[in-house]
Structure formats: structure tokens, C-alpha cells
Design a protein around this ligand. Structure first.
Ligand code: FMN
Length: 310
């Protein structure tokens, strides 16, 4: 199975919907985390979780919480909306979250994770999976967390084997993934740095028991990566057509859903920061897109990129 990773700001509902219309080889879509303030879901997340914005076969919303009250509130809200599974974020590495005891901030406290999960499983009936890292400050933290996970009927665990301090770069703790593989009773999904078919093959060789893979930046840079992993051949003409169609859906999606042209331009520039890797001369293309002052300029630059594809 191939999962699309939740990437705040990138894999929003517009991206996920457009992706699923054009590309066929992602099995599960994750909604980037939603969180609570003053007992309410933050407004900016509301559209993300509406069922009508998530028509794909399997969509799992993710939650970022600091205590059991927030977790119960969000799980109930999501269950009432119609979801049958949610994912708990124990990986967010940013101090804004970790200093408040959220995301990877919970990893050094297996006792707190246990309290959270105890209360959740006592009071909720929605399925739960967890996405986590090897630790907040040290990859040794994982050793005390895995036994806690084993006490609960989680559907699966997804591990990005880095510690929070690294953010999204640097050494992958292969030994932490291996330990999780050997210790956990649950299915384990691998996540991290699969940017090409060669990376995928390499990971598969290292972790031959792994069946499910979560890909983030690799798909944002190359939306055909899941096809490549599934050994599906696509001609260059077909690639051009699909990229063009995908780009059109994304552009229309932001145009319909953003308040003003400036916001559409910002979102498209962000999208191109990784989408530009589909074109030769990526740096030059992205520079042109980034310098665009308005939508007319932007469209000219995007058209230039598509002309440069061959
Ligand atoms: C800008 C950015 C935003 C992210 N947002 C989330 C998020 O909301 N929830 C989450 O669990 N992980 C988030 N991640 C982490 C990704 O899901 C994934 O674990 C990470 O990018 C490593 O996978 P990759 O190498 O395939 O991209 C984010 C990563 C980035 C770079």
C-alpha cells in the first residue's frame, strides 16, 4: 500500500482531490493535522475535514492534541462527521507544538501517552493509528514508547525514524525502525526520504518485512512515483498531459476557494516549489514562478515551464 503523507500547507483538500482525479496509485490519503483552541476546531481546518471535500476511497484525518479532553473532542467530532479512523500525531517536531506537550513533545513521556490512550480507548469507538518519530531529543526514547503502543488495539503505526531536533533532514535511524519492526504487535508503515524508485528499492531491501509505505515530499516532487513503484509505464506525452491536467485542477481549486488573487498566487508558488522538479532546469523555472507578481505573470511562467518539458 502507498499512503500520501500529511504535509501541512501542501497536501490540503484541493491537492488531495486533484491528485486522486489524475493519479491512481495512492491507496490512503492523510489529512494534515487539525487541532483545537478553546474547545473548538480552528476555523482554518474546517474545510479540510468536510466529507464532501474528501471523496477519495480512504481518507484519514490526523489530530494534534495536548491532553485527553482535546483528543476525545476531536475524535467525537470526526466520528460524527462520518470518519471511521483517525491518526494521532506524535511526530510534529516544531517547538510551537512540542513545548506545549503536543506531537513529538509527548515522546519522552510514555506515561502521558498511556494516559491519553487509556482514556481514548475507554470512551471512543473510532479506529486509531499513530504517526510518530524515534524520539524528541534522543532515538533511545523509542525503547520506552513501543511497549506502551503494544498495550492498545491500534490499527497501525507509521514511523518517520528521525528525532524531532532533526526536523526533516539528516540521518535516518534505521536501528529505531528495525527495533519497532521487531517489537510492535501492530502493522508498521515506513516513512521518510523516499524520493525515487531507487530509494524505494533500497528501503525495501533494508526492511523486507515492510508492506506499507508513506510518501510525502517524493510525491510532491514527482506525482508519478507511486506509479513507478507499482511498475506502471507512462509515456512522456501521457506524463505531460497528466501534469497539465493536475496543475489545472490545482489552479482551479485554489481560484475557487481562496479569498483573493494574492492568496491564489501564494498557494501556487508554494505548490511549484516542489512541482517544479518535474521539469528540466527546475531552479530556473521555480525562480520565474517565485518572481511572478500577479496571476497573469504566473500563468506565463507556468506555460513556459510546460513548453520546456520536452
Ligand atoms: C512542510 C511540512 C509539513 C508537514 N506537516 C505534517 C503534518 O501535518 N502531520 C504529520 O504527521 N507530518 C507532517 N509532516 C511530515 C511528513 O508527513 C513526513 O513525515 C515527512 O515529510 C517525511 O516524509 P517524506 O520524506 O516522504 O517527505 C510535514 C512535513 C513537512 C516538510
Amino acid at each position: 500500500m502507498i499512503y500520501l503523507a500529511p504535509i501541512q500547507g501542501f497536501t490540503d483538500f484541493i491537492y488531495r482531490k486533484a491528485y486522486a482525479k489524475v493519479f491512481l496509485n495512492v491507496d490512503t490519503f492523510f489529512i494534515p493535522y487539525i487541532s483545537v483552541k478553546n474547545n473548538q476546531i480552528l476555523k482554518k481546518y474546517e474545510r479540510e475535514i468536510l466529507l464532501q471535500n474528501n471523496p477519495q476511497k480512504k481518507v484519514i484525518p490526523q489530530i494534534l492534541v495536548k491532553n485527553k479532553e482535546e483528543m476525545l473532542f476531536l475524535s467525537k467530532t470526526l466520528q460524527d462527521l462520518g470518519y471511521n479512523e483517525i491518526n494521532l500525531n506524535l511526530g510534529c517536531p516544531y517547538p510551537m507544538a512540542t513545548n506545549r506537550g503536543k506531537g513529538a513533545g509527548l515522546l519522552p513521556h510514555p506515561d502521558k501517552i498511556k494516559t491519553l490512550l487509556n482514556s481514548f480507548f475507554e470512551k471512543s469507538s473510532i479506529n486509531l493509528s499513530i504517526k510518530f518519530r524515534a524520539g524528541l531529543n534522543s532515538s533511545e526514547e523509542i525503547e520506552s514508547i513501543l511497549p506502551v503502543f503494544n498495550e492498545f488495539p491500534l490499527t497501525e503505526l507509521i514511523l518517520h525514524p528521525r528525532i524531532a531536533r532533526q526536523l526533516y533532514k539528516g540521518k535516518i535511524y534505521e536501528s529505531a525502525f528495525q527495533l519497532a519492526q521487531n517489537t510492535l504487535k501492530h502493522p508498521l508503515v515506513y516513512n521518510g526520504d523516499i524520493f525515487s524508485l531507487a530509494d524505494y528499492n533500497n528501503c525495501q531491501q533494508k526492511f523486507p518485512e515492510t508492506k506499507d509505505w508513506m510518501l510525502g515530499r517524493g510525491i510532491l516532487m514527482n506525482p508519478f512515483l507511486p506509479d513507478e513503484i507499482n511498475n506502471i509505464q507512462i509515456s512522456k506525452d501521457e506524463k505531460w498531459e497528466k501534469l497539465k491536467e493536475f496543475h489545472q485542477f490545482i489552479f482551479e481549486g485554489y481560484t475557487e476557494n481562496m479569498d483573493n488573487e494574492g492568496n491564489v498566487l501564494n498557494k501556487m508558488q508554494q505548490f511549484w516549489s516542489l512541482f517544479s522538479f518535474n521539469f528540466p532546469n527546475q531552479k530556473k523555472i521555480f525562480k520565474g514562478i517565485k518572481k511572478s507578481k500577479n496571476i497573469t505573470n504566473f500563468n506565463q511562467e507556468a506555460n513556459k515551464a510546460f513548453l520546456s518539458f520536452y
